[in-house]
Design a protein around this ligand. Sequence first.
Ligand code: ARG
Length: 593
Amino acid sequence: MQVWFNPSLVIDQHVRSIAAELEDFGPEFDPVVRPADPKFGDFQVNGVLGHAKRQKANPRELGQKLIDALLASGVFDPEMVELSLAGPGFINFKLSSAFLWQWLQAYSTPDDYQSGARELKHGRKVVIDYPSANTAKQAHIGHLRPMVIGEAIARLLDFCGADTIRDNHIGDWGTNFGTLIMKIKRDNIDLDTLEGESALATLDQLYKDGSALEKEQPELRDVSRDELVKLQNGDPDNTALWQQIVDISMAAFDKLFEQMGVHVDMALGESFYRDKVERIYEELTDAGLAEESEGALVVWHDEVKKFARDNERPYPFNIRKKDGASNYATTDLATILYRVEEFKADEVIYLTDARQQDHFQQLFLTTEKWFKAKGYPLPEMSHVWWGTILGEDKKPFKTKSGESIKLQALLDEARERAYSVVTEKNADLSEDERRDIADAVGIGALKYADLCSNRTQDYVFDWNRMLSFEGNTAPYLLYAVARINSIFRKGGASPEDSFAEASPLETEPEHALARKLMGFVNALELTLNDLRPHFLCTYLYELASAYSSFNNADRVLVDEPEIKARRLLLCARTRTVLKTGLELLGIRTLEKM
Ligand code: ARG
């Protein structure tokens, strides 16, 4: 029997196809494969009980019939996998030690680990919309999550075989440009003289000052509005100013992307769609979806209470403002059409915080109806949203004076704090080495803390916890990798060795670790199904813990060559999976630390 990379998938397929041929089951039988209680096996097939109820049959009898048929099919070699009946018709599959051992030998390189994962999203064209910040504003802590979660999801999709397009849908066409241009002209500011890092900070300040000025002198609002209209109508001076502002913003973001390891393919922002909105008004009106309401063009979704027209506080999807201007919704409608027509997207994933849930719900509902009316292929659409980063006081995390924390300041502090920790542990390393380790540990800790909790929940920002070497943290995982590296250095071996003289698994911790390694692809699957990276984090933490138990119980560098080789093989596989998993989360691993 050949060892399958992804046993749960193979079990699912075989159980389905064999059951389909059985009189008592048939093609309508719909089993679910789950991880089993480790006492009984590795995987459990559920579904016989429900099926038996519908058939008014005895579940245990049906379960036994299915087991007999599975065994008779010859697919499940009893030396490799043991089948047993439990409870009211559950079927447990326990992979034998021989199976685990062959599995470990068959799958060794990162490429082997990927080959099974590639089937998950094979060839699917996926547009990922992130981090999609607004221009002319400095990045703050609120921009951490779209960068970190977006990059992790993009990497996972790439790894699992998707054909991804990472599109940074920047907000570069907002009403703020009116105020900003008004203020720039009033102060006679030459944007060319603004330099480097402070340029965006200056723009940020100019906008704030401009808004304050508008409050003092309301007549200035008309000036700003005129500047905005001029910009929207293509006035060359305002367009040139706008372009300079966008360039300054993009340069600042690029600097952050580089430090954060974010790689986007393109930035087709809101402005890109400005000449593509007329078609939206026409098509949605023609399809009978959009209608005028108090001068604006809106879409109602009567089937959803809060978006229905007879709601006490009417809340339609507003796609054209009273003054005739397009808005966030219009550009998003134009954007999804473009992604389907130009990129042939099968799937589009949007990343923003929780506050935009209504927007995306309305966008998706509108798109479904509109595409159906037009016969356009409908992509799968998801909104990946998240909770707030809180301070110790459980309120949104801010500076002491109540301002939002700049993202650059956060990255710098992460490195500095990590540097102190690293210096304490490794005073003998050179300054350069410690700085490099601190960069990986600091930025990695920041990212991991953002990824490891369920994204839809708020989390409390805690430097000490995220930089701790204990618990579900980046330093703990990075340290596990470094510890494995040091075993190889000490043993004069390499993780790429073939470990030919290794003898089969023996101890309980070896088996437990092998089983955990086999679960990698299931963790990826779980993570992708829900687009929740914390599943992968939990898996990596459990793997590192299984490794640590193994390492504490079973000495690796023993005298017996076949035991040493077997244990080194386990170390090598653990290292590969930890490194691959951390890289998918955007975390750089270290040789030493
Ligand atoms: N620029 C928006 C913001 O900062 C996020 C854009 C998300 N993407 C989208 N296609 N709407 O809130």
